[in-house]
Write a protein that binds this ligand. Structure first.
Ligand SMILES: Nc1ncnc2c1ncn2[C@@H]1O[C@H](COP(=O)(O)OP(=O)(O)OP(=O)(O)O)[C@@H](O)[C@H]1O
Ligand SMILES: [Mg+2]
Length: 250
């Protein structure tokens, strides 16, 4: 199953979710997961300890360009069933060019090897997100629940997905869920959560990702939360999300 983690709004928890949901799926649900970093910022790569500045590892733009086979850019995290195809800044070129066939040539064979492919996407409007969504089975939309502007971004993302389905670009695409991230006990957060529950109770994951400093630390230090701080709220929340995701797809 190919799942895009997307919303065209910066800093909502997309990369955090791509890294720790995939780590939780492998650890607790015993599935094989490939994280495809399709963001030239390379944040998800960083989350697995692969610097987007390093040239010691291959990256997805080389595969898209046909320079190397896809498997040469797949790295197992700590010899587990969790793998990452990293991104570097050079990927930015593809923000302005059509690459659906090239991406499909990566995803199709990989989806026979992995139970899940999670694609981490950049916040920019356009090519990366629409190309990934045109090839995905489902989308997870993380919103920053401590910011009211997330509502506009969510509505816009849902509209993009509706268009992709209705125009038959990808009729099988569905929304797996809307994920409230950075949840805290401020008034604005309570209001956003109430709105999400009223408007999108069917799509909203029961699991909420609480604001947790251990999550912020782990991403920059290159370790999924289950290695960095296994008893933190962040680890509990992403474990709960993985179980909920498995429940939704079964
Ligand atoms: N639940 C959380 N609690 C605390 N910090 C968090 C949480 N989720 C994410 N962060 C931190 O907030 C910042 C933004 O998160 P992240 O990189 O996952 O967002 P993003 O949506 O991928 O951003 P971008 O749009 O730039 O790709 C990061 O520094 C991350 O570590
Ligand atoms: Mg990101």
């Amino acid at each position: 199953m190919i799942v895009s983690v997307c919303i065209e709004k910066g800093g909502t928890g997309k990369s955090q979710t791509a890294v720790n949901l995939s780590a939780a799926l492998v650890k607790f649900c015993k599935v094989k997961v490939l994280v495809v970093d399709l963001d030239p910022q390379g944040t998800a790569s960083l989350g697995f300890g692969i610097s987007p500045l390093s040239t010691n590892t291959h990256a997805i733009h080389e595969v898209l360009a046909g320079e190397i086979p896809a498997q040469d850019a797949v790295y197992a995290y700590n010899e587990t069933d969790l793998c990452i195809m990293p991104a570097r800044h050079e990927l930015a070129l593809y923000g302005s060019q059509e690459f659906t066939t090239e991406l499909n040539n990566i995803l199709k064979p990989m989806s026979k090897v992995f139970d899940f492919i999670l694609i981490d996407l950049p916040p920019t409007l356009g090519n990366f997100t629409t190309t990934a969504l045109s090839l995905s089975d489902a989308a997870i939309i993380p919103v920053n629940a401590s910011s009211s502007v997330c509502i506009v971004a969510l509505l816009s993302q849902l509209r993009t997905i509706k268009t992709i389905v209705e125009e038959k670009i990808n009729p099988k695409l569905s929304v797996l869920g809307v994920l409230a991230c950075m949840v805290n006990n401020t008034r604005i957060c309570t209001e956003v959560l109430t709105w999400l529950e009223e408007e999108y109770s069917d799509l909203l994951f029961q699991t909420k990702i609480r604001q947790n400093i251990k999550l912020a630390e782990s991403l920059g230090l290159g370790e999924p939360i289950f290695d960095y701080s296994p008893d933190s709220y962040g680890a509990l929340d992403y474990k709960s999300l993985a179980l909920e995701v498995m429940g939704r797809i079964s």
